[in-house]
Structure formats: structure tokens, C-alpha cells
Design a protein around this ligand. Structure first.
Ligand code: FAD
Ligand code: SF4
Length: 480
């Protein structure tokens, strides 16, 4: 019997690179209904689906793909929302290639006797399609199993500190089960890194807002400009009647390299640069009052998603030449493959196997160039990646602006005001792995403030674990 041919994966339509470098509109344009149905039809509906175990929030992946294959968007969305409070966000920014899609059984087929290996089902693109094409305002009914939202139960109140993906997951899970949830955010906008870090061309603010509006529909109350540790403490939240507190404050304190010249004018952390561009709307200056630093030669140091975002933002904001400097090779870059490809397509140059050793400026302390040392790859280090080894060969490149995207640390504002909260040697909050509970009873934590900088979906997974435990303790579900 002839073998059934595996249909090729449906390509994602994207904005043309030459056009998109001149705007902040989203690069990936999303599937049409026909494209989504064709891609969903590739799913084998496996008896033992490997994709699900690759997902940190254990979405019933084949369960949401099956209705999509028949064009049933509402059916797909209702399955998704049972597991994920932010499907339109995850469909855009999760590293699916190493998670659900990396495990997909279809992606392990073919590739023998000269035949081309099959590509996994485009799970992330389908997730995005289902979420984008469904009116999020119906989330309330869907999350509560078709019934109207349960009224908040008197006395059962949960506070979340920070409004990033970990807290939003806790809020969605508990509000759907009848708790009154209030979220306290230090900034004036909600969403955490999703709004101040990830640029509009990768994750439009309207998408994040729509997901947050769906939480509001569930009864979640949001307070902005509330800084935990300054305007209130964890202890006060209990005095105000909250039964449990979730700490999801992220790890937003930038790191630098500690090389000479980092104090020169023109040196930024990626955090500051992207916050100016995203929250400050620097791309619309002078309509908005936040200016961005002008530079012909912009250099970004780092190889993660943050570095790619900063480089592509600099290009869109007028830099003539943008270079990413990374101390290993392209293969070891931690950024998503798709983001690396999009960055290169847009004309960003990669200076690989190079590490900054000193920055130089003019007599007014304005950055003019940087010195790099060529690296070679040595033995694998603790991360499993081959370690960069200095070669003693130096060279200079021009730079009027350098953006450091070399990692972040925990911000200590809330932590210092909560001396009972036990921290590890790196300053991150210690939690019980299964429940997310901290050293203070009924205080939970999750996301980057526990793990250090990680991913949206791992922050959401941690939020879900903590929310389940809180729901069980408050008697909102059986805990099976
Ligand atoms: P955050 O998203 O950091 O949110 C924490 C919130 O707490 C913030 O809103 C902050 O203002 C608030 N806060 C802090 N202190 C206080 C306080 N004292 N009181 C009240 N509120 C406070 N991950 C991916 O999976 N895919 C990607 O493509 C990706 N790209 C990224 C690009 C950039 C530029 C950056 C910076 C990160 C990226 N990440 C990506 C990582 C991902 O965004 C984070 O891992 C994730 O957002 C962590 O979620 P969180 O809830 O722990 O914290
Ligand atoms: Fe479909 Fe791949 Fe999951 Fe199998 S492993 S159910 S093919 S998405």
C-alpha cells in the first residue's frame, strides 16, 4: 500500500523585510482560516501525544487542534482557555520549537531514504490563530464551563504583586474559581515584560490588552502605580484581608559587563532602551515626550531574545548600522531561531565569537567605539554550551550607542521590605517546587523572581502551580 504523503507545514505570512524595518507593525501576520484548517489537518491526533508533555502548562493540544481542523474556532478557544490565560501571547512568543513542537510526533517522521523529514505541526501559530479569532470577552463563560461567572465568595481574597504573565495566570485561574483577585503593579501599564520589554512588532500591545480585558471580565481588579515594598508591604495585604499573596515581580534589574567605559554617554541597558521605546512610545517622539538616543552605529551585546529585540528596535528607530556582538557562535545563541532569522533578514550584522573588553569616548564622554577580543570555543560549561575562550586578538568597531543585553537580576525593592522571605545566594525567592509557597505561609512566588530570567510559559507554569495550591487551600477546588 502506498504511504500517505505528509503535507508540508503551512508557512506563516510575514511583512516583507524591506518594508518592515520602516515600521513597528507586527512582522508575522497570522494564518487565514483556510491556512489554519490546513495546518490543523496535519495533526495526527496521536493516541499518546508527545506534544502535551512538552508544554509547561499542559495544554490539551490535540484537543484544541481537532475543532480547528473543522473550522470551529470557538471550540478550539474554549479548550485553550481551560489551560492558558494568555493564548494569544503564548502563540506569539513561546519557544515552541524546543517545547510542544520539539516533541511533536509528526516532526519525527520521514527523513529516511532521501525523503525530506516532516516538520512538526505549527502548534504556536494555531494557538495564536484560535485566540486572535475568538472574541476574548466570552472568556468568562468558557473558563467556568459554560455557566456565568461565579460571584466572588465573601472573604476569599487573593493579591498578586506584579502584573506579568505569572501573576496574570494566577489571577485568571483563581478568579474563574470564584476568588476575588486584586493585582498590584508598580508601573502604569499592565503586562510586565509583555508590554515594557517585547516590542510591538513581535507582540502588539492590543493583544496583551485584550487578554487583560478578558481577566477584567472575570472580575479581576487591577491597581497600577502601586510599588510593593514602598507603597505597601506583604504584611499589610494580610491586614487588609487577603487570604493569600502571590509574588510575581520578575527579574528586571539589568546586568552590565563591568568593563571600562560603561559609564559613557550612549551606553544603555536593554531594559532601559526597550522600556523607552515600548512604554515611553519613543518611536512616536515628539508626539510622546520620551526621546531615543540617536546613533549611526548601534551595537547590541548579547545573543538572546532581548538582544534581537533591542537590535531590531534600534534599526527601526534610525540607526544606520546595527551589529549584534556575541561571544559564542550562532548555534549557541539562546534567542528563538525565528527571531534570529528575522533579525538577519532585516539587515542586522552579527559579530560572533567576540567579547567587549573596553568602551572609548571623546572629550565630552560620548561613546565613539568599542574594543572587542576574538573568542574561540572551548569545552562545554555548566549550561552545556561550549565555553568562549579569549584568544588575545583585539579589534575595534565604531559605536555611538551600545545596548547591553547580557541578563538581569532580581530587583530588591519588595524583597528588602520582606525580611522573612528566604532568598537563595543569587537573590531569588526560594519556594517549594510543588506548590510555589515561600518561607512565609500563604505567600507564594513564581516566574523570573524564582528562576531568574526565563520564559513567558515557564512563568505561567509556575503561576498555575501556585494557583492550584491556593485554590485547594481556600476550598475552591478538590485538589485532585
Ligand atoms: P515580568 O514579566 O517581569 O513581570 C513582573 C511585573 O512585576 C512587572 O510588570 C514589574 O513592573 C512588576 N513589579 C516589579 N517589582 C514590583 C513591585 N515591587 N511592586 C509591584 N510590581 C512590581 N520569553 C519568551 O518566552 N519568549 C520571548 O520571545 C521572550 N522575549 C523577551 C524579550 C525581552 C525584551 C525580555 C526582557 C524578555 C523576554 N522573554 C521572553 C522573557 C519573558 O518575558 C519573562 O520570562 C516573563 O515575562 C517573566 O514573567 P514574570 O511574570 O515572572 O515577570
Ligand atoms: Fe498532533 Fe504532534 Fe501532538 Fe501528535 S504530537 S497530537 S501530531 S501536535
Amino acid at each position: 500500500m502506498a504511504k500517505k504523503k505528509i503535507a508540508p507545514r503551512v508557512d506563516m505570512p510575514v511583512q516583507d523585510p524591506a518594508e518592515r524595518v520602516g515600521n513597528f507593525r507586527e512582522v508575522a501576520l497570522g494564518y487565514s482560516l483556510e491556512q489554519a484548517m490546513a495546518e490543523a489537518s496535519r495533526c495526527l491526533q496521536c493516541k499518546k501525544p508527545a506534544c502535551r508533555s512538552g508544554c509547561p502548562v499542559e495544554i490539551d493540544i490535540k484537543g484544541f487542534i481537532a475543532p480547528l481542523a473543522k473550522g470551529d474556532v470557538a471550540g478550539a478557544y474554549s479548550v485553550l482557555r481551560e489551560y492558558n490565560s494568555l493564548p494569544a501571547v503564548c502563540g506569539r512568543v513561546c519557544p515552541q520549537e524546543t517545547q510542544c513542537e520539539g516533541a511533536c510526533i509528526l516532526g519525527k517522521m520521514g527523513g529516511k531514504d532521501g525523503e525530506k523529514a516532516a516538520e512538526p505541526v505549527a502548534i504556536g501559530r494555531l494557538e495564536r490563530f484560535a485566540a486572535d479569532n475568538f472574541h476574548a470577552l466570552s472568556a468568562c463563560e468558557l473558563l467556568t464551563g459554560g455557566n456565568a461567572c461565579r460571584l466572588p465568595r465573601a472573604g476569599l481574597k487573593v493579591a498578586c504583586i506584579g502584573a506579568g504573565p505569572s501573576s496574570l495566570t494566577v489571577a485568571g485561574y483563581l478568579a474563574a474559581r470564584g476568588a476575588k483577585v486584586e493585582v498590584f503593579e508598580a508601573l502604569h501599564e499592565l503586562g510586565g515584560v509583555l508590554v515594557y520589554g517585547i516590542p510591538e512588532f513581535r507582540l502588539p500591545k492590543t493583544v496583551v490588552k485584550r487578554e487583560i480585558d478578558a481577566l477584567r471580565t472575570l472580575g479581576v481588579e487591577f491597581h497600577t502605580n502601586w510599588v510593593g515594598g514602598k507603597t505597601f508591604t506583604i504584611r499589610e495585604l494580610f491586614v487588609w484581608g487577603f487570604n493569600a499573596v502571590f509574588v510575581g515581580v520578575g527579574a528586571g534589574l539589568p546586568r552590565f559587563l563591568s568593563v571600562p567605559g560603561e559609564g559613557l554617554v550612549g551606553v544603555f541597558s536593554a531594559n532601559e532602551y526597550l522600556t523607552r521605546a515600548n512604554l515611553g512610545r519613543a518611536y512616536a517622539f515628539p508626539t510622546y515626550s520620551t526621546p531615543i538616543f540617536p546613533a549611526k552605529d548601534a551595537v547590541v551585546v548579547g545573543g538572546g531574545n532581548v538582544a534581537m529585540d533591542a537590535a531590531r528596535t534600534a534599526l527601526r528607530l534610525g540607526a544606520e548600522r546595527v551589529t549584534v556582538v556575541y561571544r559564542r557562535t550562532r548555534e549557541e545563541m539562546p534567542a528563538r531561531r525565528e527571531e534570529i532569522e528575522h533579525t538577519e533578514e532585516e539587515g542586522v550584522r552579527f559579530e560572533l565569537l567576540a567579547n567587549p573588553v573596553e568602551l572609548f569616548g571623546d572629550d565630552k564622554a560620548r561613546l565613539t567605539h568599542m574594543r572587542l577580543e576574538r573568542q574561540a570555543l572551548g569545552e562545554p560549561d555548566a549550561s552545556g554550551r561550549r565555553k568562549p575562550v579569549p584568544t588575545g586578538e583585539f579589534f575595534d568597531i565604531p559605536a555611538q550607542m551600545v545596548i547591553m543585553a547580557v541578563g538581569t537580576r532580581a530587583n530588591r525593592v519588595l524583597l528588602e521590605a520582606s525580611p522573612d522571605l528566604k532568598l537563595n545566594k543569587w537573590g531569588y525567592v526560594i519556594v517549594d517546587e510543588a506548590t510555589g509557597e515561600t518561607s512565609i505561609p500563604n505567600v507564594y512566588a513564581g516566574g523570573d523572581i524564582v528562576t531568574g530570567a526565563a520564559t513567558v510559559i515557564s512563568a505561567m507554569g509556575a503561576g498555575r502551580r501556585a494557583a492550584k495550591e491556593i485554590a485547594w487551600r481556600l476550598g475552591l477546588e478538590s485538589g485532585d
